[in-house]
Ligand binder design. Structure first.
Ligand SMILES: NC(=O)c1ccc[n+]([C@@H]2O[C@H](COP(=O)([O-])OP(=O)(O)OC[C@H]3O[C@@H](n4cnc5c(N)ncnc54)[C@H](OP(=O)(O)O)[C@@H]3O)[C@@H](O)[C@H]2O)c1
Length: 384
């Protein structure tokens, strides 16, 4: 697979005409409300630095830092007069009013409530990409897709995406959109990194087959893959978010495991051999995985962001990428174990079949699969 283009080249997201940078700017760290974010001036500098590097893709959510993330992002975009250039993605699902079950979840009532709040905080009259944030296990997918389509037709939303949903749910959503003529799902936003590769079992194939670009969250496993944490008697230690949130019930924060320490050790060895920082190598690895359209960067300091923005400026030699793949490969389990080569031989009656179904075997790279079209040159940079 060819290496990802630089930040000021763009990908079309899924099967849409929306051009997005291969590195997005995550803004979950904008604001100190959650105990591990950045102050306003640092957040402003990060937006400026990202835009100067050519980035156009911003990721936020209605609930991030209790609304501060959306409010600051909207303010910075307005003060730099960037609204036409910026692609703003935001999300709904999480509850905004304790005690009121319809102020959260994925039902129509909450979607229509939440979108108004996001528009107000962002100071805009449209959202470029509106995500369902997390599956609520209850709302029929038909209701979500119909409401998404209504929002697109009303002009409040341009494109729609799903974040943190099971593969079967996203597949059904896309089928409903296709057969009812609704706005299709253009992206799946999912956790993906050397420390969390479970999406390769279902979501990668689903996304590439059905026109959804994968937008990656927590590409550094909340900072673990930067190398600043070390194993300790109570799991791990180091200065940063993962230390602050120790004991949190949120699954994405449970990163101090023996398996992850082995991955970190191999990443450290590979990065050393390449004379690169561990964060850059980890970001480059995930950006070049099959199906990945854009990697959402997270940072609390300008120096971190600047380090991360250089992550696409080199290639990982194939033999070193193979070492990273091997150290982090997900454990195979049923039914995927049942689709592997031995079984296929039995199915094929001993005849060798040249083309393999894409993506079934977790450890197998999917050759030649790209989601979206790479655009570079004048059309992409807006210079024509
Ligand atoms: N859809 C979802 O459910 C979901 C969930 C989570 C995130 N997201 C999105 O994804 C974005 C990125 O997620 P994330 O913040 O978890 O990404 P991440 O890249 O896994 O972690 C970012 C954190 O790692 C540390 N870090 C980053 N670069 C570093 C460097 N070069 N050297 C040392 N430490 C470094 C910083 O934390 P410290 O300074 O505290 O160490 C930074 O805040 C978010 O902003 C949000 O937009 C979406």
């Amino acid at each position: 697979m060819p290496a990802k283009p630089k930040l000021d080249s763009y990908y079309t997201l899924g099967r849409t005409g929306l051009r997005v940078s291969p590195l997005a700017l995550g803004t979950m760290t904008f604001g100190t409300e959650w105990g591990w974010g950045s102050d306003k001036e640092t957040a402003r500098q990060m937006v400026n630095s990202y835009v100067e590097a050519g980035g156009n893709f911003f990721d936020t959510a209605d609930g991030y830092t209790n609304g501060t993330s959306e409010a600051w992002l909207g303010e910075f975009i307005t003060e730099k007069n960037l609204r036409d250039k910026a692609v703003i993605a935001t999300k709904f699902t999480y509850n905004a009013e304790p005690g009121n079950p319809n102020a959260g979840g994925n039902g129509r009532k909450n979607m229509l409530r939440a979108v108004e709040g996001s528009l107000r905080r962002l100071g805009t009259d449209y959202i470029d990409l509106y995500y369902l944030h997390t599956w609520d296990r209850l709302t029929p997918v038909e209701e979500v897709m119909r409401t998404f389509d209504d929002l697109v037709r009303s002009g409040k939303v341009r494109h729609v995406g799903l974040s943190d949903v099971p593969g079967w749910y996203a597949s059904r959503a896309q089928a409903i959109a296709e057969f009812r003529g609704y706005e299709p799902v253009s992206t799946l936003q999912l956790e993906y990194s050397l420390a969390e590769r479970n999406i390769e079992r279902e979501h990668t194939t689903l996304a590439t087959e059905y026109g959804m670009g994968i937008t990656v969250w927590s590409p550094l496993a909340s900072g673990l893959l930067s190398g600043k944490y070390r194993p300790s008697e109570d799991g791990g230690t180091g200065a940063g978010r993962l230390d602050t949130v120790k004991g949190s019930p949120i699954p994405a924060f449970q990163k101090f495991t023996q398996r992850n320490w082995r991955i970190v050790a191999e990443l450290e060895a590979v990065a050393k051999q390449m004379n690169r920082g561990m964060a850059q190598v980890a970001l480059n690895w995930v950006a070049n995985r099959p199906g990945v359209a854009s990697v959402i960067l997270g940072a609390t300091k300008l120096s971190q962001l600047e380090d991360n923005l250089a992550a696409l400026s080199f290639d990982i030699p194939p033999e070193l990428a193979a070492r990273l793949d091997a150290a982090s490969a997900p454990e195979p389990f049923f039914p995927y174990t049942f689709f592997q080569d031995g079984q296929q031989q039995r199915i094929a009656g001993g005849v060798t079949i040249a083309s393999r179904p894409q993506g079934y075997a977790p450890a197998v790279r999917i050759p030649g699969v790209e989601t979206g079209t790479v655009i570079s040159g004048p059309a992409a940079t807006g210079k024509r």
